[in-house]
Design a binder for this molecule. Sequence first.
Ligand code: F6P
Length: 548
Amino acid sequence: MSQLTDLPAWKALWDHFEAAKDVHMRDLFANDPERAERYSLEVDGLFLDYSKNRLADDTLALLMELAHQVGLPAKIKAMFKGEKLNTTEQRAVLHVALRNRTNAPIKVDGEDVMPKVNAVLERMGRFAHAVRSGEWLGYTNQPITDIVSIGIGGSDLGPLMVCSALKPYGHPRLNMHFVSNVDGAQLKETLKKVHAETTLFVVESKTFTTQETLTNAITAREWFLSRARDEKAVAKHFVAVSTNKKAVGDFGIDPANMFEFWDWVGGRYSLWSAIGLPIMLYLGEENFSELLNGAHIMDQHFRNAPLEANMPVLLAMIGVWYINFYGGGSHVIAPYDQYLHRLPAFIQQLDMESNGKQVMLDGSPVDFETAPIIWGETGINGQHAFFQLLHQGTHISPIDLIASLENRSSLPGHHEILLANVFAQAEAFMRGKTADEVRVELAEQGLTGEALERLVPHKVFGGNRPTNTLLMTRLDPRNLGALIALYEHKIFVQGVIWHINSFDQWGVELGKQLAKTIHAELTGKLVDAPHDSSTSRLIQLYRQANGR
Ligand code: F6P
């Protein structure tokens, strides 16, 4: 038995689950007219309605008791203080320092990190201003029109998601491109759209050793040099973002063109750092500051609000309730906003790379589920694709429905249809439709007898399917900053509950390691490394197809 499953609150939650698991939300709403009011809260421009979940006051009290018993308040303090919570890499976890708008000192190994955070932000601001104003000129003295960000994982998804989400705030002269895939198709198609004279490449890599990113960056530089025909021109068209100055220099980017960040910023938590340079270039310094401000507001809320009125804690503990007690190991992110179409992919990395772990901090195996499988799509498209399963399938999969109340950029009439669907889905998931309701409906359509009864079971919706509804006043930099920070902290809380390290990612290493050997075999530098018969045969098939 692990520390967690031995806790009195954990055991009490199991007893409670046995008694409450079949209670229908319809009854919970009927018995408590204040439920929506009591089970919702607002932080700045972000409103959360968590009333359509399978829980009551006693459930929430036990979940909060569990959070206390695992020592969550102390862990929150420890993160903000810069303690080395990433124990396998001996690193602090300080994305909160990157948006610490009060500028109060935060120390790592006795050194206040704020002066260097501010210095990099200022450099980014100066550079972004030069590019946006047209002062920064390419090798033929033309202003930059296209920015190609080259990175992968946390060095891609954050900037990509934010730039897509805030497109209406983007600089009208700048076109943003993101290249992450080592499949040459992505870079090739991007290069078709841009001109060397007016393109700025931002090479983004925390380690500056990631094969996909370096391969794409090398090819991009070759493409650029084949046009500019002057090594000196590279400095006007290539900048790097990294923690690894030496590797940037070795690659051939002048360290004067490098924007730094630090090992206490996790890759998937790095969009607030210099990794956010494409965001600042596109949106400008002021909007980038607003993004940081929004995240800071959520940080303050997370740090100071009591657990039972704390938005990230509530979302996390409700998640624990489904994952660990109902066995609902999947969670859907459904933004009802076209600009947020990359949010599911972003949160997928954030959550699954952080909490997809099988051992606890002390190395012992978990005896409970950890991170859910995060998936999703824009909600309205999902409705016409996978919502069937969510309504009538056999899985319990909580859903976050995310939308904005105001949408000034939408075409007339569209936003009301969109929001009607958000609210209708949340209602449908909660209420469902009983057999008697189906019978009445079918009778109204003129069906009777056996023809009617045959259809009834197919048209019944069990309901009682959980949703959280997250509404922003509007999708702007500040609210988006708060929304992202909300998910970051939710994931942190779940990691604390499960006693796991949310800030390493050893699980991505084995494949990288094996790919090195296999790459050598595919390129003929190595023959017949030992593999299982399946892997050997796949390698052989490749060789045959490519005449090697
Ligand atoms: O996929 C593993 C990973 O290490 C991610 O955590 C990270 O965001 C990504 O690769 C990119 O790494 P880097 O920024 O070092 O290129």
